[in-house]
Design a protein around this ligand. Structure first.
Ligand code: SAH
Length: 269
């Protein structure tokens, strides 16, 4: 296992492509079965920063993650976002059930997607993700990580039970006062949240057949969107950049690795 290291002074964006299939939100039964097999971390209490550092060190050893994102992940107690029966597995690189038939994304996938957002032109210049829209709050973990990297976070969840769970998780972990508390919305993320926009960064934690038009409308010039979306080769991570030159907007789309996210559904429950 890699040993914990201090963060280097120069922070570099991760650009290396990931080749393996990312499976952040595997089917619930599989995630539950895998969780049961995992070995409990020993030696350190889950509240200790050392346990988070170890998770981050293992990701860092892969050499493809943005240091700013890793630093934020080292600060968020992931075990506070899952049921206590699964807390011991919270620092493994695995998806875990969070109730309501949904799963918390794998840490490596959270890290990879936030790294892609940071590599966008606007975020590079700003050194921050700016105003962020997250679709699919789930248990609230990724929203907590984003809050450490952004100026404002709006996160939408369509399942009221999870929306409320995320609220209580985020209240329990006190983010530093210098960071914004995520604004949690119970609603259909396919329509975005125009009242909080426009957004510099949009990230979806659920995969749709297409990119909903509202997301493009609410993406600010210079902004970047990362969303799992169905393409000719199945579900892949799609990156969309809103470029604006001479008063004219255009959206540049690129497709990245194959992924397997829970479906982006319509309506609220
Ligand atoms: N970021 C989350 C991962 C959540 S899993 C975390 O850190 O835990 C994806 C979530 O997207 C699920 O909770 C699912 O209910 C939600 N979802 C799916 N379609 C949605 C929609 N149209 N609007 C808002 N949330 C949606």
């Amino acid at each position: 296992m890699a040993t914990a290291k201090r963060f280097p002074a120069s922070l570099k964006a991760a650009t290396a492509p990931q080749r393996e299939l990312l499976m952040p939100q595997r089917h619930l039964r599989q995630a539950t079965a895998d969780a049961a097999k995992l070995v409990r971390p020993s030696g350190t209490g889950l509240d200790s920063g050392a346990v988070r550092e170890r998770m981050v060190s293992r990701l860092r050893a892969e050499g493809k993650f943005d240091e700013r994102v890793l630093a934020a992940m080292a600060m968020v107690p992931r075990h506070e976002f899952v049921d206590s029966a699964l807390a011991a597995q919270a620092y493994e690189d695995t998806a875990l059930p969070i109730g309501h038939g949904q799963t918390i994304s794998k840490p490596s996938v959270v890290g990879h997607m936030l790294g892609l957002l940071f590599a966008g032109q606007g975020a590079q210049q700003r050194g921050s993700l700016g105003r962020v829209l997250e679709i699919g709050t789930g248990c609230g973990y990724q929203a907590a990580v984003i809050a450490l990297l952004a100026r404002q976070v709006t996160s939408i969840e369509r399942l009221q039970g999870l929306h409320e769970k995320a609220r209580s998780h985020l209240q329990r972990i006190a983010l530093q006062r210098s960071h914004p508390a995520p604004r949690l919305i119970w609603g259909d993320g396919r329509v975005g949240h125009a009242a909080s926009g426009p957004f510099d960064s949009i990230i979806a934690a659920a995969g749709g057949e297409d990119i909903p038009p509202a997301w493009l409308e609410q993406l600010a010039p210079g902004g970047r969107l990362v969303a799992p979306t169905v393409s000719g080769r199945g579900q892949v991570l799609v990156v969309l950049d809103h470029l604006r030159e001479g008063g004219v907007s255009r959206w540049v789309r690129s497709e990245h690795e194959a992924v397997l996210f829970v479906p982006l559904k319509s309506g609220v429950v």
